[in-house]
Design a binder for this molecule. Structure first.
Ligand code: CA
Length: 225
């Protein structure tokens, strides 16, 4: 559940936004002035802060400036004054976006979604998809596809395929495969490798076409690009 902090002194507006956000399954907390708002913003973790510009004790710009000395929590500035100056100042003080009151709740939601999308993109690690020919493997999600069709593999089959994809054109002996997939101390016999290669071929290969995993007689197996 995403956590949103509202710092706004206009109680009826706060109540309205809070109900709408809670309806969308956000956890919401409210601070009605700049001083307590800054305190909550700094001492608790938030996914987003909706920050009013005109606030008692410390105004929104100053709250944002002080927050930015410590945290990069996304901030959408709310302001009644729809002046270009406020917008520029708001963004200068470190706000991520700005919305002028009165606003449509759908527009606020659109801005919130845009910010969450951006944060997710920034946080998402770069996926290192392994591929050979038309076979693609995402090691993180463990999704395997051939020509875009998902192929279900067991853990061992998956681990075995990963070894081949990480070492294209390099012949893997049965012992090498055993070490990498089953572990050095494994008491499994090397012929289990043959069994799992057969499973993999059965799931990956296209009938009538040459197998993706080739046998190197007397040595082991190789996947060629
Ligand atoms: Ca206000």
């Amino acid at each position: 559940m995403k956590r949103i902090l509202i710092i706004e002194d206009e109680k009826s507006l706060v109540r309205f936004i809070q109900l709408e956000l809670e309806h969308e399954n956000f956890f919401v907390k409210v601070a009605y002035d700049g001083k307590s708002g800054l305190h909550v913003a700094l001492t608790e973790e938030w996914d987003l802060i909706l920050l009013d510009l005109m606030l008692p004790y410390i105004d929104g710009m100053e709250v944002c400036r002080r927050l930015r000395e410590y945290k990069s929590t996304p901030v959408i500035m709310l302001t009644a004054r729809d002046a270009i100056n406020d917008r520029i100042q708001g963004l200068d003080s470190g706000a991520d976006d700005y919305i002028a009151k009165p606003f449509d709740i759908d527009e606020l939601f659109a801005r919130i979604r845009a910010i969450f999308r951006r944060v997710e993109l920034e946080e998402r690690p770069v996926r290192s998809v392994l591929s050979i020919r038309d076979i693609a493997v995402d090691p993180d999600s463990r999704v395997v596809t051939r020509s875009g069709m998902t192929i279900e593999l067991t853990k061992r089959e998956f681990d075995l395929l990963i070894v081949f994809l990480k070492n294209p054109n390099m012949v893997q002996t049965r012992d090498m495969l055993l070490d990498q997939v089953w572990g050095y101390d494994s008491l499994v016999e090397t012929k289990v490798v043959d069994v799992y290669v057969r499973y993999l071929r059965h799931k990956l290969d296209v009938p009538g076409e040459e197998s993706i995993i080739q046998t190197v007689r007397g040595i082991g197996y190789v996947v060629r690009t």
